[in-house]
Write a protein of this length. Structure first.
Length: 189
């Protein structure tokens, strides 16, 4: 397995919204759906970052504190309904951040060299404190394992998607906060 460092901001995840027809995957108003979120921080490997989520007023708030001494990441994951991304080509997220380099994280169960892969894409960090919609085409996702690009990985298979999540691993210590109002699944027109 060939691993290369992931370059922050190396892949622009914005798309032309006019190219896609989208429908709501979640808008955080369904308590059963909201209960499928989990938190995974760097403490699973000895790190000291804190982070998590809460759902309030129809928004998912992902916040905490990154500590790069012994780790340096915080993430949240949502167990997708079976087949939720079948026939889709993109995810669109309505998001407001603090300007840090958040990433979209999708998992299918695909593995390389025995390790599970995460298919990642940058969520544009511009316009801190401003709501925006970011479209992430699946064709631009990068397969990773433990934050490193895996060149020999299979392409992302939307019909096999198991989890969707967000991760912050930007190499910077300090507090973070992102709010997400809606996640859409999109198909090409």
């Amino acid at each position: 397995m060939l691993l290369l460092p992931v370059l922050v901001g190396a892949l622009a995840m914005t798309g032309t919204p006019a190219d896609f027809e989208c429908s709501v995957l979640t808008d955080f108003t369904d308590s059963k759906s909201n209960s499928r979120w989990t938190t995974v921080n760097d403490n699973v490997m000895g790190g000291r970052s804190r982070g998590g989520y809460q759902v309030s007023d129809g928004r998912l708030v992902f916040e905490g504190d990154i500590n790069t001494n012994g780790g340096g990441f915080s993430s949240i994951r949502w167990q997708l309904p079976e087949g939720a991304l079948r026939n889709a080509q993109a995810i669109r997220v309505r998001i407001m951040t603090d300007g840090r380099a958040y990433k979209l994280n999708l998992r299918t169960g695909a593995r390389a060299a025995g390790r599970q892969l995460a298919y990642r894409g940058d969520l544009d960090a511009a316009d801190a404190g401003t709501w925006r919609e970011v479209t992430a085409p699946f064709s631009a996702l990068v397969p990773t394992s433990f934050g490193q690009v895996v060149r020999s990985a299979p392409p992302f298979a939307p019909s096999d998607a198991q989890t969707l999540g967000f991760i912050l691993a930007d190499g910077q210590d300090g507090a973070f906060r992102a709010e997400i109002a809606r996640i859409d699944v999109c198909k090409l027109k």
